[in-house]
Design a protein around this ligand. Structure first.
Ligand SMILES: [Zn+2]
Ligand SMILES: [Zn+2]
Length: 148
């Protein structure tokens, strides 16, 4: 799923300004790895990002991709989804949003809901830890898997 060009440009500009502010070198590899995440709504994992950027960066290693993605996560430029059982997926959509995840093929897509953004959590959650963000994950079987 391709992201709107203007949105990709905004994500790239944000990426560059955060790197400058944090004094993180804007290397060609970092730019291409971030661009790969920024231009897709697929929520790819490190292996998938590696397969895709390899075409443009023939010398890149999976380890570099992995470390770069976690660095982007530390910088707040991407978020991660998935439990430890699954491979972690990376997401460059920093707006409030929620996910639909297919139980069969792992298809993961964003959806938006003001109601869910403002969901009231039970007080018991406070005793578990400090809340940074709330996102709803809808599990099911995607259209493509239903038809097969
Ligand atoms: Zn599916
Ligand atoms: Zn997402």
């Amino acid at each position: 799923m391709k992201i709107d060009t203007r949105e990709v440009e905004e994500r790239m500009a944000h990426f560059e300004s955060v790197c400058r502010r944090q004094e993180v070198k804007l290397t060609h590899q970092r730019i291409e790895i971030f661009r790969e995440i920024a231009q897709t709504g697929d929520h790819p994992d490190a292996e998938q990002v590696f397969q895709r950027v390899r075409k443009r960066l023939p010398t890149v290693s999976l380890d570099t991709v992995y470390r770069t993605l976690w660095k982007l996560n530390d910088l707040g430029l991407v978020t991660t989804i998935g439990s430890s059982r699954e491979r972690t997926r990376f997401d460059a959509n920093l707006n409030n949003h929620h996910h639909f995840v297919c139980n069969r093929c792992g298809y993961t897509r964003d959806f938006y809901s003001v109601e869910l953004d403002n969901i009231k959590l039970p007080d018991s959650v406070d005793s578990l830890g400090k809340i940074a963000a709330t996102h709803v994950e809808v599990r099911g079987v995607c259209r493509k898997c239903v038809d097969n």
